[in-house]
Design a protein around this ligand. Structure first.
Ligand code: GLA
Length: 739
């Protein structure tokens, strides 16, 4: 998979080739990334052109056709003849930022190195380590490239090593930089806000610099650490896609520069606005990894590449290949207003409906009856749960359900015992009052004693009763992100040190409690990123549980992340976030397309509604393995907040199709769905078909007349299936075929 010949590195597998070479025995150049090629014999030689205002290094002043400003590089620096966005910036003790990384050596490693307190991909692979050294021997950089035989994903990261006898300061450290020879791209990114995560945006790459970033100390709801550069003609099924998903949960920056000569540079890394790092002599600094993904089969190819990769080579939980329990979460059912009796009533009802897990959300600890107090006081509120957690868990277990609990370890409130005892344990800047978010303050996870204290508090909660599941939340972003324990010249390390502290805690706790299924959450999907997947195999996708909003949120999330990682719950109407009435069927089927659960007061269901829920739950149990682990395909263009969505899930035995239409229109054309990627020679028998139900008959038992019938894969792909006309908004359809 990794070859070095004639000064050229060629990384390849059946999905891609990635080629670099060494120019003038010193400069590591980027030569090719795309469909696999057997050899790279320089059919696209480096363009050696004398360009005005693009200068030469002093080592070859007369070679006016060799300028770093013009050439494609692997890890470029700014201000030493290249003026484009840099991959890194190092400040020397004398205050200058100039460096020149020259090629020194390479190594091929047959096992993938793990990273300390950082998520790291794993599995059968080869890793190339290229060592570059600064001309003046102040520091070295090792670039890492990991190729997996079974994946289109290439993993990159960089390590800085101070080889001088003076301290240096890293001002900017990217995990990867890639130069493309042209700029004929659209950019796809996932933007949003709280309760509106990961909306797909596609727009033409324009001359200039486009930035997707977060300075919030979390990967954020606002911009996902993901980007795709696609050809203008790229569709769901065809065309080239070059994508990056940053394996990190803190502040980040992804920049794309379409520069003067019509080339493009993509840089992915820590956000230089919120980061710097002092390296003493002999010390090193490792960047997070970034997953680069090439697809020649359009956006579905991209998604399938990432889905398989994350499942196989990033998520570690022992539950990663298990179908996930159908849960009832009490948050939208009760908010803070619950007690033991209410929880047991939910458990009774959940058992009757066939649900499998009761999750006790926020409000079970300290004196927390609203969101103004008690974060940090991780002991039971015995007013609400008088017989203790062990009793509650036992009672839930007796009903045949698993038990889950909510925590938010990184936070405290002014009104808490923790804060009263340790007021200096929060992120803050001297002489400025600390800002609030949801009345919360952020614990300074860059400090070892804070991390140790909270790790221990969590350990006590998790071992206080036989807890099966933990939902981990984080409900505000960082302000005044400084730490009193760090010296002045290290203050800008706080955010990243915080992340290392946080990852370190989850490294320990997930190892100590392997039998707990962890769910990641940050006000919904505010930290839905590849970094957290390493520790927790699923994430609460969004605080928005409205089925219509969820269509676009889940479509955007599915672009990069596996279906089984996305928490999706049925909630009440009118919906609590947007006030919308949608059909019960739509709410159920949208929640089917993830780890299905309920988040409403199920004890209030009428008998007819209960019988309907039993049917939905029964059906989901039959087909969930296909939905959660099958190959996922978007049949219609990833509907950029569109009116229609069609999703296909397929495994060796079964094929499931879902179609959603939000609003009906008069004289609408008949929608034909052409299924995709099936085996043309196999037969598919339609076993179940559920057409939409109207809003007005919500709650009624559905009687569906359809014929069990067998179709060839070729017919389903080429002729397609026609959507039966139904006069209702919020229409949701489901087909189950068996192979
Ligand atoms: C966040 C989560 C919700 C819920 C609340 C509790 O907003 O995303 O699901 O747990 O916190 O305060």
């Amino acid at each position: 998979m990794i070859k070095f010949e004639n000064q050229q590195f060629h990384l390849s597998n059946k999905f891609f080739s990635y080629v670099m070479d060494i120019a003038k025995e010193k400069h590591l150049m980027h030569r090719y990334w795309g469909k696999p090629i057997k050899f790279f014999h320089d059919s696209i030689p480096l363009q050696k052109i004398d360009r005005g205002f693009s200068g030469q290094l002093a080592t070859f002043p007369n070679e006016r056709t060799f300028s770093l400003d013009v050439l494609p590089q692997e890890y470029p620096v700014q201000g030493h003849t290249d003026f484009r966005i840099p991959a890194y910036r190092v400040e020397l003790e004398n205050g200058t930022n100039i460096s020149e990384l020259n090629y020194k050596a390479y190594k091929i490693l047959d096992s993938k190195p793990a990273l300390k307190n950082l998520p790291a991909s794993f599995g059968e692979s080869q890793t190339l380590e290229i060592e570059l050294e600064d001309l003046n021997k102040n520091f070295a950089v090792k670039l890492y490239y990991t190729v997996f035989e079974d994946s289109p994903v290439l993993i990159r990261s960089a390590k800085f090593i101070n080889i001088s006898d003076k301290a240096i300061k890293i001002r900017h450290a990217s995990s990867a930089s890639i130069d493309f020879n042209d700029n004929d791209f659209d950019i796809i990114n996932l933007y949003g806000g709280h309760a509106a995560e990961r909306t797909i945006q596609r727009h033409k790459l324009q001359r200039g610099i486009f930035e997707i970033s977060s300075a919030r100390g979390a990967s954020s709801h606002q911009q996902s650490p993901f980007v795709a550069l696609v050809r203008p003609e790229t569709t769901e099924f065809t065309g080239e896609v070059y994508a990056a998903s940053f394996i990190y949960s803190g502040s980040f920056a992804i920049k794309v520069e379409a520069e003067q000569f019509g080339t493009t540079r993509l840089v992915v890394g820590l956000n230089p606005e919120t980061f710097s790092w002092k390296l003493e002599p002999g010390e090193d600094f490792q960047t997070p990894e970034v997953a680069l993904n090439f697809s020649a089969e359009g956006l579905n190819g991209l998604s399938q590449g990432f889905h398989n990769f994350f499942q196989k080579h990033l998520i570690r939980s022992k539950f990663k290949n298990d179908v996930r329990p159908i849960l009832i979460n009490n948050w939208e059912a009760t908010y803070f207003d619950f007690d033991e009796n209410k929880l047991l009533a939910l458990a009774d009802c959940a058992k009757d409906l066939g649900l499998e897990l009761l999750v006790l959300d926020d409000g079970w600890f300290g004196k927390r009856n609203d969101d103004n107090s008690s974060l940090g006081d991780w002991f039971l509120n015995t007013k609400k749960i008088p017989h203790g957690l062990q009793f509650l868990v036992d009672e839930v277990h007796k009903r045949g359900l698993k038990f889950g609990i909510w925590v938010e370890p990184e936070m405290t409130n002014e009104d808490s015992e923790l804060f009263r005892a340790h007021p200096d344990w929060i992120l803050h800047a001297p002489n400025y009052k600390t800002s609030f978010g949801r009345h919360q303050l952020i614990l300074d996870f860059s400090r070892a004693e804070v991390v140790d204290y909270i790790t221990d508090a969590m350990r006590k909660v998790f071992s206080s009763a036989p807890i099966d599941y933990v939902k981990v939340d984080m409900n505000r972003h960082m302000t005044e992100a400084f730490s009193p324990t760090l010296p002045a010249d290290r203050q800008f390390e706080t955010q990243h040190r915080y992340m290392l502290g946080l990852y370190g805690m989850w490294e320990k706790l997930t190892a100590e409690f392997p039998n707990i299924l962890f769910e990641n959450c940050s006000g919904g999907g505010g930290r839905f990123d590849a970094g957290f997947l390493y520790y927790m195999p699923q994430t609460w996708t969004s605080d928005n549980s409205d089925a219509v909003c969820r269509l676009s949120i889940q479509a955007g999330t599915g672009l990069a992340f596996p279906i089984v990682t996305q928490g999706a719950h049925v909630s009440v109407t009118p919906n609590h976030q947007v006030g919308r009435m949608t059909t019960f069927q739509m709410r159920n089927f949208v929640a089917y397309a993830g780890t299905y659960g309920f988040e409403l007061d199920i004890t209030k269901f009428t008998d007819t509604e209960k019988s309907e829920v039993r049917d939905y739950v029964k059906l989901y149990k039959e087909i969930r393995s296909t939905i959660q682990f099958g190959k996922f395909t978007r049949l219609l263009t990833a509907a950029y907040e569109g009116n229609e969505y069609a999703w296909q899930f397929e495994d060796d035995n079964r094929l499931i199709v879902m179609y959603f239409k939000i609003l009906q229109k008069a004289a609408a054309p008949v929608r034909i769905l052409k299924l995709a990627g099936l085996d043309a020679n196999k037969n598919y028998t339609l076993k179940k078909y559920l057409p939409p139900k109207k809003l007005s008959v919500d709650g009624g038992k559905q009687i569906v007349n359809f014929e069990e019938k067998t179709f060839g894969g070729d017919e389903l792909m080429n002729a397609g299936i026609a959507i039966e006309k139904i006069d209702t908004d919020f229409a949701a359809y489901l087909w189950v075929f068996e192979k």
